[in-house]
Write a protein that binds this ligand. Structure first.
Ligand SMILES: Nc1ncnc2c1ncn2[C@@H]1O[C@H](COP(=O)(O)OP(=O)(O)O)[C@@H](O)[C@H]1O
Ligand SMILES: [Mg+2]
Length: 418
């Protein structure tokens, strides 16, 4: 089977899926984006085995050292992509758990060597190659404790695959919305996750060439066994503005409910557009509610619109806090998180804090430790701890993972997927 990367890199952008009708007024921006993609395409694929070692501004050493897997190896590592090994699903395709040798990354038997996550593009996805290239280009270059590690890739015929370190506790989305009530995350763990994710995003924004992540959402935040958060899914990441520009103009892709309003309205993508998405996820963590949910009453469908007026008021805030926290959080800290959310959700990107400021604020909030002193608080301390939780990775046919298709229409990715 021939390697397909080089041949396809130049032709694929023309087949880009058009934005959803609501966004089509921005089609005019599409050409520029396509050209940018084509330009960077040839350098991103199989040639990115990477001999170069660079040092990012933050001091992190970048040593691209990706393995090029054959399709047969990944088929073997995942037992032929057997459905019960499926960890999740997004717009790019399905993610399977596999096993490889720790040193050589050769496929091994189950429970021998190290577990890996293998993402396989949906053959019908027109975005497949571009997203695959983007992941290799960005994720393959960075080493950071809050970015998921890309181990290698495969590109054969029409198959695009990516191999990542396996994240034992799956996605934040699964923990917040898909597990039973008793299996909720504690306040401390939520803050730990928020701090980790903020650090990952701040790193991207301050690296040598600013990277805009563009698809910050709870299904793209993965958790290791100790609830360290790592950003995954760099399929939509984009280089930020240069030469003193405030934004880049690009085709609108991302996810409804998380994408910043200025980006949806104009196609102008700012570094601070990511900060808006961060604010939405922080709001989801505070309330335990998904950004868009058509099963909620009409006035509550959109979490941001519904809760924004409630966040500044302590009494109202208490009412919208995730009941699964069982009042086990310092109210002062929750109030400050609510203030931070409001700043992140400012409609003018200029008024939003930088991710470094967000990170510092979250660290300060994390210092607030006073505990509530109520009967419920005592009852809550007897609740099961998260590490006893059922694995969120158990496949559920027809709806597990992050597949946007399985969700309701307003949750769809803008111009993309899940
Ligand atoms: N490295 C990993 N370890 C464990 N689960 C993962 C891993 N990568 C992805 N997943 C699961 O698969 C889902 C989809 O992965 P993602 O990379 O977001 O795919 P897509 O690009 O298709 O959106 C995630 O939300 C998560 O549940
Ligand atoms: Mg995803």
């Amino acid at each position: 089977m021939g390697n397909c990367c080089g041949a396809q890199a130049n032709v694929n952008p023309a087949s880009r899926k058009p934005p959803s009708p609501e966004l089509s007024k921005n089609n005019i921006k599409q050409d520029k984006s396509i050209k940018e993609r084509s330009g960077s395409g040839s350098g991103n694929g199989s040639s990115n085995g990477g001999e170069k070692t660079e040092i990012a501004e933050t001091g992190t050493i970048i040593t691209p050292n990706l393995k090029m897997f054959t399709f047969a190896e990944l088929k073997s590592a995942t037992r032929n992509f057997r459905p019960h090994t499926m960890l999740g699903e997004g717009g790019f395709g399905r993610v399977f758990k596999g096993w490889v040798d720790e040193k050589t990354y050769a496929p091994t038997k189950v429970s021998v060597g190290i577990p890996v996550a293998v993402k396989k593009s949906n053959p019908e996805s027109e975005q497949g190659l571009k997203e695959w290239q983007s992941e290799v280009k960005f994720l393959g270059k960075f080493t950071h404790p809050n970015l998921v590690k890309l181990l290698g890739y495969c590109c054969e015929d029409q198959q695009f695959l990516l191999v990542y370190e396996y994240m034992h506790k799956g996605s934040l989305e699964n923990h917040l919305f898909k597990l039973g009530g008793a299996e909720s995350l504690t306040w401390e763990i939520r803050l730990k996750i928020a701090i980790g994710a903020a650090r990952g995003l701040a790193f991207l924004h301050t690296s040598e060439k600013t990277v805009i992540y563009r698809d910050f959402k709870s299904s793209n935040i993965l958790l290791d066994g100790d609830y360290n958060a790592k950003l995954s899914d760099f399929g939509l990441a984009k280089l930020g503005p240069s030469d003193g520009d405030s934004h880049v103009t690009t085709q609108i892709v991302g996810t409804y409910g998380y994408a910043a309003p200025e980006y949806i309205a104009t196609g102008h993508l700012y570094v601070k557009s990511d900060v808006y998405g961060f604010g939405v996820v922080l709001l989801e963590m505070l309330t335990g509610k998904q950004t868009l949910d058509i099963n909620r009453p009409p006035g509550q469908l959109n979490l941001v619109e519904w809760t924004k007026p409630l966040l500044p008021n302590k009494r109202k805030l208490k009412k919208i806090m995730d009941p699964r926290l069982r009042d086990q959080y310092p109210l002062k800290a929750a109030t400050q998180v609510a203030e931070l959310i409001l700043k992140c959700l400012e409609s003018d990107p200029k008024n939003r804090p930088s991710m470094e400021e967000v990170l510092e604020t979250l660290k300060r909030i994390n210092e607030i430790k006073e505990k509530p002193n109520s009967k419920e608080a005592k009852a809550a301390t007897t609740q099961p701890q998260p590490h006893h939780h059922r694995s969120p990775h158990r496949p559920k046919h027809g709806g597990t993972g992050a597949g946007i298709g399985a969700r309701t229409p307003p949750h769809g990715r803008t111009g993309r997927r899940g």
